[in-house]
Every structure is written in structure tokens, then in C-alpha cells.
Design a protein around this ligand. Structure first.
Ligand SMILES: [Zn+2]
Length: 525
């Protein structure tokens, strides 16, 4: 009837759901009738508490959360089985409707659950674009038909057809329950349209989510403009393309707030040190600005395109000062100033271990330098970045097995996000509790700040709360898993991590009291 997994000690049996009386545990979508986990490491970002504990789930409810102390807590560390609230991804592409050969809502939800996610916010660059409530209804019915308990939410488009000319049906979209508005895939095309969008969205109590890119500087770009792109002969996407757009939008927001105090702006997948500095300063001025960074911009760099596979934090010069957020200082212009930190030269360092031009590394915004990655990390640690969002962007083989510059942009990343963040934790660069908060309370806070009722469920406190429906992930930091086409539930196999072992095998994901994912090897131990 019950199953007891033991965390902490290595070699202990893995937790599994309801396997003791028969082998017929709940299937995905079914209520988890009973699940007990003893001696695990609990992380509750709402109370700010983490430590040894036990949980019991009965009939889908988180019946008890017990924090252990003294003798009972002995041997339980944060290096073993960890329980955290279910993750919330602010930025994913499930490709339905329109591109179901790349992903569907059903396969996307399965992939999300494998990644520990119980709530996902989809971007509206479907075909047709999510610019009116009918498209949202199609996505919702696909989610319901798929049977996964992962909560599928969505942003509506800022502009009709994402064409950047006229606003979408913003009021109707708000009534239908979108979380906000974005033309992601593209920036909001003009300053004028951004101003109108901020005013209308603000009036509706919803944020505008901006993919910051000045297209005049990036048209035809293939990779981050810098040393690696020069050597490889790839057209450059300069940091200025992002900095310019972030600067424009903050200026527009500052003005728009005079007319509509509820205007709110969220920058997604910010990738450069200088753009993050602009967000940091805007927040310091009290502007209602939030942002997220992605796992790939935290951990990969442009040198991966040349064939390097070392983590971003391993590609800084020996000074390493950029690794220490406290060492970051501002020069007289208020710009991020990291005096000694430089990206190493992967050719000079012998860091090239893979073939160059792997198209799974083509992503927009592009992978940046190790200094930019360190800035993303510093922003995450000091709260400039409110959340980590995956920008999960699955593609078919057809769209990726072409020349680098012709490949579609995007990384299939929702299943590897936790592992990448845990690599940062393992390296001592990121506290585990901060990583978990960036996947739970951080994104919920971005939505909650809007104050619109559409965000109610997404913005709910994401803690380990007794008496609430169980919504949690259990993963094992003492175990790794190999990223391979067959281990990814997403249709998109476009991951630069294929073949790599990642820390933190997800054992179980429960969403709203129902089974979302269970490690298929759990019964075999
Ligand atoms: Zn984007």
C-alpha cells in the first residue's frame, strides 16, 4: 500500500508510487492515492526552509510534511533524494497548433513532467498565432485530451498574427485567461506598438513579455558577434542588439507608467551582461520590470559552436572574478565592470572536443561569452533575474540537419533544465535553494505581480504546503541520467547535451495530486 524511499544514504531504494501490493501503480493522469517518502531533503522556497524531512501524500493531497531533527535527520543531506515544489516554466514552445511534427501539447507536457515541471506557460508563436481566444481553446482541449496533469497556460500574442502591425484581441485574450502578451520569436516590432501594448496590457492587469532584439542589428545573424563567430565565419548577432532593445523598452515603460500605472514589462531570455545591468538599474529605480534567464545562457557559451563542451564557468580566465557576484562592480557609467574576467580561447586551450557547427547550438538570442554567462548567474543570484525559463524549443530533424546558419533557432531544453542548474550547484556556483526558487516562486512571482485573476493558479504559492494538492518533484542528486534521443520524451531531440550525463535524475513528478511522471527504472531496483 505504501512505499518508503530512503534518501540520503546511497544505495537506498528509490521511491516509487504504490508498488507494494501490485505492480499496477497509478498511471499518468491518475490521482496518487498514497505516497510516502522518508528521510529526503526537502526544499520549500515559500518558507525559505530546507532540510531533512518526510512527506506523505494521500488521495492527491500533501497530507503531511515533517521536518526531521537530531538523530532522525542523521545522514540525510542535500546530495541525495530531494523533494521540491513542482516547477513552473515561464517560456516554452509546444508547437501546437501548426507544427505538430516538432512537438504537441501532449508530448510537451510529458517532457515537462520528466523535467520536474507541473506548470508551463506556452508562447504564442503557433500557426495560427495565439492572437485570439479560439487558438487558446484548441491548446486547452489538446491538453485535456493528452491526459497529463501538467497545467498548460499560455501567453497571447501582442500583435495580430505576430505581424507587429496591429494589437491582437488583447481584451478577449485576457477574458479567456492568457497570462500576458508576447510576440516571442520576434521582438515587439515598433516602439509605438510597444507603448500601446504596455498601456492596454497594463489596463488589463497583465504583463508584456519581451523577446529583446533590435532586428536592424541582427538580420542574418548566425551566432554571437565575437571571436568565435569571426573564426568560424558566422554572421554576428551583437550584444548591442539586445541592449538596444532592452533600453528602448525601459524608456517606453517609464513613459507609459505615467498614463497607466499598472503597465508591466518582463524580459525573457536575457543573455548579455549589459542588458542585465539595465534591468538591474531599472529595478533599483523601482520600475515594474522583471526578467528571466535560460539554462543554456547560464551554462553554454559560443565556444560550444566551435566544438568546446566545457561549462561556461570553466571557460573564464584563471582570475575567475566574474564567478563571484560580489566582485562585480559598476563603473562611473553604471555599467557592469568585470576587470579581469575574460573568456578563454578554446583553440589555444585545447578545449575543442566535439565537431563544430552543431546546429542544436543555434538559438536566439545566441549563446554568448563566458563573461555573459557569468553575468546571467550573478543576476540570478542577486535577484535581478526573477526566474529561470527554459525557452524549450523543439524542432524536427529536417529543420536542424542543415547548414548552421540555415538551421531553425532553438534548444529542446525542458527536460535538461534541472540537470544544467544542478551542474551549477555541484560546481559550487549556485545554492540549491536559489536554483529551486528560480524554478518555482520566482516565475510565480512574475505572474502574481500582475494582479490579474488569470494568474491565480499560476501565481499560487509554490511551497510544500500541508493540506494542499500535492504538486511536487522528487529527484535524486546522487544519480545521473544520460541525455539521449530515447531518454527525451520531447519530440525535439535538438539538444547539445546528447550523450552527456546530467546530475539529478527525476524520480517522480506529481501535479495537482495526479501522477505526471514516474521514473521507469524505479521499480527495477
Ligand atoms: Zn524568444
Amino acid at each position: 500500500m505504501t512505499t518508503e524511499g530512503v534518501g540520503g544514504a546511497r544505495g537506498a531504494s528509490r521511491p516509487a508510487v504504490g508498488r507494494s501490493t501490485s505492480n499496477l501503480g497509478p498511471k499518468v493522469g491518475e490521482t496518487v492515492e498514497r505516497f510516502e517518502l522518508e528521510k529526503a531533503w526537502l526544499v520549500d522556497p515559500v518558507s525559505g526552509r530546507e532540510g531533512p524531512g518526510e512527506i506523505v501524500v494521500i488521495d492527491g493531497m500533501l497530507e503531511s510534511v515533517v521536518w526531521l531533527e537530531g538523530e532522525e535527520a542523521k545522514g540525510v543531506t542535500d546530495k541525495g533524494v530531494v523533494v521540491a515544489p513542482g516547477f513552473f516554466d515561464l517560456h516554452a514552445h509546444f508547437r501546437e497548433p501548426g507544427f505538430e511534427d516538432a512537438e504537441t501539447v501532449a508530448t510537451g507536457a510529458a517532457a515537462a513532467a520528466h523535467g520536474g515541471y507541473t506548470t508551463v506557460a506556452l508562447m504564442p508563436n503557433t500557426q495560427p498565432a495565439l492572437d485570439e481566444p479560439g487558438v487558446l481553446a484548441r491548446i486547452r482541449s489538446a491538453a485535456a485530451a493528452g491526459g497529463s496533469p501538467v497545467e498548460v497556460l499560455a501567453f497571447g500574442a501582442v500583435s495580430a498574427g505576430r505581424a507587429g502591425e496591429q494589437l491582437s484581441a488583447m481584451g478577449e485574450l485576457a477574458d479567456a485567461g492568457v497570462l500576458g502578451y508576447s510576440d516571442d520569436g520576434s521582438p515587439v516590432k515598433s516602439a509605438k506598438l510597444m507603448r500601446s501594448a504596455l498601456l492596454y496590457a497594463g489596463m488589463l492587469g497583465l504583463p508584456v513579455v519581451e523577446h529583446a532584439e533590435d532586428l536592424e542589428l541582427t538580420t542574418g545573424a548566425e551566432a554571437h558577434e565575437g571571436y568565435v563567430a569571426s573564426v568560424l565565419g558566422l554572421a554576428g548577432w551583437p550584444a548591442a542588439g539586445e541592449v538596444q532593445a532592452v533600453s528602448r523598452d525601459i524608456a517606453i515603460l517609464t513613459d507609459a507608467l505615467l498614463d497607466e500605472p499598472r503597465a508591466r514589462l518582463h524580459f525573457t531570455h536575457v543573455s548579455t551582461a549589459e542588458a542585465l545591468e539595465l534591468v538591474r538599474r531599472a529595478k533599483a529605480r523601482g520600475l515594474p520590470v522583471t526578467c528571466d534567464v535560460t539554462p543554456h545562457h547560464l551554462a553554454f557559451t559560443d565556444e560550444w559552436i566551435a566544438g568546446s563542451r566545457r561549462w561556461a564557468w570553466e571557460a573564464l580566465d584563471s582570475d575567475g572574478r566574474a564567478l563571484d557576484p560580489a566582485a562585480r562592480s559598476l563603473d562611473s557609467d553604471g555599467r557592469a565592470h568585470e576587470p579581469a574576467a575574460r573568456s578563454r580561447d578554446p583553440w589555444a586551450d585545447g578545449a575543442l572536443t566535439a565537431a563544430p557547427y552543431n546546429t542544436s547550438l543555434r538559438v536566439n538570442p545566441p549563446l554568448r561569452t563566458a563573461v555573459d554567462a557569468a553575468a546571467c548567474l550573478a543576476a540570478l543570484i542577486d535577484g535581478t533575474a526573477d526566474a529561470v525559463a527554459t525557452d524549450h524549443a523543439p524542432h524536427t530533424v529536417v529543420d536542424k540537419e542543415v547548414e548552421f546558419g540555415r538551421a531553425s533557432n532553438g534548444i529542446s531544453g525542458i527536460e535538461t533544465a534541472l540537470g544544467v542548474l544542478l551542474a551549477l550547484v555541484d560546481a559550487g556556483k549556485l545554492p540549491l535553494a536559489r536554483a529551486i526558487a528560480a524554478l518555482t516562486t520566482g516565475p510565480a512571482g512574475v505572474i502574481a505581480a500582475a494582479g490579474h485573476t488569470a494568474g491565480t493558479s499560476a501565481a499560487r504559492p509554490r511551497g510544500l504546503t500541508e493540506g494542499a494538492p500535492a504538486d511536487l518533484v522528487v529527484f535524486d542528486r546522487s544519480d545521473t541520467w544520460r541525455v539521449a534521443p530515447e531518454s527525451l520524451l520531447s519530440k525535439g531531440k535538438n539538444s547539445p547535451l546528447l550523450g552527456r550525463e546530467l546530475p539529478g535524475r527525476v524520480l517522480l513528478t506529481i501535479a495537482a495530486g495526479r501522477l505526471a511522471y514516474e521514473d521507469p527504472t524505479a521499480d527495477e531496483d
